[in-house]
Design a protein around this ligand. Structure first.
Ligand code: BGC
Length: 491
């Protein structure tokens, strides 16, 4: 990368106080031909976040190895490789009125779906989305589940006799619960731990369906959960309903995870086989950690998190964390490299003040003076910035997002190559679809491009032509409803 040896102009903001300090800073910095101020921190960051092909290959291979180890026994690797008890995917014949309840992050959604079988497919859907009050993420299990059950009750009331049920039959729900759950059957499972900043007491170690049932009883709501599924599994089911080539589903949103169709005869920890010979494995790949290119900023963020040492892949590639990593880099640049002319805005020290959507908006700024970047920095951190500082900020954002997107791509290749190794030609030799959902993937064009680039680099253009990464927007709602219908007690 060409670095011009000119001294930077730091602009008219709070000047660096002593001449000696200014001289030291100037000797540490240069300006790229693009106008970015290059500091040792930026150079180090770009070096440690680099994901050249050998790094990507190592990550993909390590993902494959960890998947195998996790299939041998529980605790065999970072990847939990959870048996989903979803052993057959939607066929199109699913029929009737079903509900889906989706709890995965800052919102929960309730959906009512009228399925019409092969000919009519999805006849009608209605949904409600409710924001989960921030404080409920840190309170008790009863409080969280009461809130959800009351939202579900309000939504169910709106059905107001539109659909009739045969006597003795309860409304059935597909419950998408997007946290690591050790499934004990298709309709029960124990929360292993919370992720994505949730710290609700009393749920880990307990069956989440029982928690929901108790809350529904307290609400006087007579419904039953017929399928408990992870959001990746629901997305896979929803996408497979329309496309038989869907074999993998990935979520890249606040958190991240992937699931895929596995042959039961290559799962040593599964005793017995399913009639389809397949099952869906929820990898919980957010916990992957092998060989990732990490920086001091990642380590510090992890140490300060509520789950240190856990979900390292998630903390490197998912929407909840990218903004926070960028903030930490900018803070150090402001302190050590006088990024904002020696002024270190107080708000730059507030954890999670910078969110990934802000990072995304800054990267979309095409104005010549990077005015959008300037106003975002000003609105969030109350700091005035020179154009050069703004360019540097954008370069930091790009560095972190590029690493995230490329590592996500390597993770996908890790899954595909595991499947290919066990079924020669059946993955790479034909069209294979990866159903993708999540706000990070949906809204961040650069992230999407970096992800796709990594997949193409790793697989080569011939094979990667067969691998279709398909955005399956909100497929998990219909997917959970379909699984509720196919696992109905009354079917
Ligand atoms: C959870 C997964 C979930 C993913 C995406 C992760 O934090 O552990 O279960 O699938 O987020 O929502």
């Amino acid at each position: 990368m060409a670095v011009a040896a000119t001294s930077p102009s730091l602009g008219p903001f709070s000047p660096v106080r002593s001449p000696t300090k200014r001289r030291i800073l100037q000797s540490r910095m240069a300006v790229r031909s693009t106008g970015t101020i290059v500091t040792p921190i930026l150079i180090d960051l770009q070096k440690s976040c680099a994901t050249p092909l050998p790094v990507l290959r190592h990550v993909a291979d390590a993902m494959t190895d960890d998947m195998r180890a996790g299939l041998v026994c529980d605790g065999g690797s970072d990847l939990k490789m959870i048996l989903s008890y979803v052993n057959s995917l939607p066929t199109g014949n699913e029929n009737g009125l079903v509900y889906a309840l989706d709890l995965g992050g800052t919102n929960f959604r309730v959906i009512r779906v009228q399925l019409g079988g092969k000919d009519e497919r999805v006849v009608d859907t209605e949904f409600d989305q409710v924001a989960i009050p921030q404080e409920l993420m840190y309170r008790t299990s009863e409080e969280l589940f009461d809130f959800i059950a009351s939202g579900l009750a309000k939504f169910a009331e709106k059905e107001s006799g539109k659909f009739s049920l045969s006597p003795g039959r309860k409304r059935e729900i597909g419950f998408t619960f997007s946290f690591p759950v050790k499934q004990t059957s298709i309709d029960s499972g124990i929360l292993i731990k919370w992720t994505k900043g949730f710290a609700v007491s009393g749920t880990p170690g307990n069956c989440v369906v029982a928690c929901l049932n108790e809350a529904m009883e307290r609400q006087g709501l007579d419904m039953r959960v017929s399928a408990l599924v992870n959001d990746t599994v629901a997305t896979l089911a929803g996408a497979r309903y329309w496309d038989d080539d869907v074999m993998v589903a990935v979520i890249l949103g606040t958190g991240t995870n992937a699931c895929y169709v596995e042959r039961t005869d290559v799962i040593p920890k599964m005793h017995g086989h399913t009639s389809s010979g397949n099952t869906i494995i929820n990898t919980e790949w957010g916990a992957f950690s092998n060989g990732l290119p990490l920086t001091e900023f990642d380590r510090d963020m992890d140490a300060a998190s509520i789950n240190p040492g856990e979900q390292i892949f998630e903390k490197t590639i998912s929407g909840m964390y990218l903004g926070e990593i960028v903030r930490r880099v900018l803070l150090k640049m402001a302190e050590v490299d006088a990024l904002f002319g020696g002024f270190v805005p107080e708000k730059l020290s507030t954890p999670f003040a910078l969110m990934t959507p802000d990072v995304c908006s800054m990267q979309q700024d095409i104005t010549s003076d990077l005015g959008v970047v300037g106003s975002i920095l000003n609105n969030i951190f109350e700091v005035k910035s020179s154009i050069r500082a703004r360019k540097t900020v954008v370069e930091v954002c790009d560095t972190i997002v590029k690493r995230g997107g490329r590592l996500a791509g390597a993770g996908i290749v890790g899954i595909l190559q595991k499947m290919e190794q066990d079924s020669e030609g059946l993955i790479f030799g034909k069209r294979t679809v990866v159903a993708m959902d999540g706000g990070l993937y949906e809204h961040y064009p650069q992230y999407r491009k970096y992800l796709q680039d990594a997949v193409t680099e790793l697989l080569g253009s011939d094979i990667s032509k067969n691998v279709i990464i398909d955005h399956s927007k909100d497929g998990s709602g219909i997917g959970a409803a379909l699984l509720a219908a196919s696992n109905s007690k009354y079917a």
